[in-house]
Ligand binder design. Structure first.
Ligand code: IMP
Ligand code: MG
Length: 178
């Protein structure tokens, strides 16, 4: 079904204040330590850049790439590592940075996988969260903003590879809804 860009759900100004407040919380919670951010590609790359610049601590970072969607708007439940973290995370305070938590399968899997590598601690941070769609119970320590069950694009989030560059978060709608 054809899709079109619907209304703005979260403006770039609101996104900026979300990043400031998450950065402030992380700076406070990890005071006196350094953090190791692991961004989940590709969706998290823009959020990671904004979040990192709002954390007032020594920040190291790396990226991981996983695939859980065959190209569409429904999770297949299959999480596959496409590019692993390159650095050793043993003894580090890891924060996994995601664009959005939907079913929770991706972050749940990543947390289990990274936990086996002996980090000093591991926390999860997401820009957006769709709690209504959760299929596994996971604790996400840092949530930028909860959203209703809508498919969103922009600010790193894509639909079939496009719209990541939109500065605001928009709702993707089906033409039939009109
Ligand atoms: P989960 O494993 O179902 O929690 O899936 C999370 C991943 O699905 C995110 O990292 C996104 O890449 C993708 N995703 C989930 N919801 C949306 C959305 O509304 N827009 C774009 N991508 C989404
Ligand atoms: Mg993603």
């Amino acid at each position: 079904m054809a899709k079109y860009l619907g209304e703005t759900l979260i403006s770039k100004d609101e996104i900026a204040s979300i990043c400031e407040s998450l950065g402030r919380r992380i700076t406070h919670d990890y005071f006196g330590r350094s953090v190791f951010l692991i961004g989940v590609l590709k969706g998290a790359f823009i959020f990671m850049a904004d979040l990192a610049r709002n954390i007032d601590l020594p920040v190291d970072m790396d990226f991981i790439s996983v695939s859980s969607y065959a190209g569409g708007t429904q999770s297949t439940g299959v999480v596959r590592i496409i590019k692993d973290v390159e650095q050793n995370i043993a003894g580090k305070h890891v924060i996994v940075v995601e664009d959005i938590v939907d079913s929770g399968l991706t972050l749940n899997h990543l947390k289990q996988l990274l936990s086996t590598r002996s980090p000093a601690s591991i926390a999860l941070c997401t820009a957006f969260d769709k709690p209504e769609r959760r299929r596994v119970a996971i604790d996400v320590e840092y949530v930028g903003r909860r959203i209703p069950d809508e498919f969103i694009v922009g600010y790193g989030l894509d639909y079939n590879g496009i719209y990541r560059n939109l500065p605001d978060v928009r709702i993707l709608r089906d033409n039939a809804e009109e």
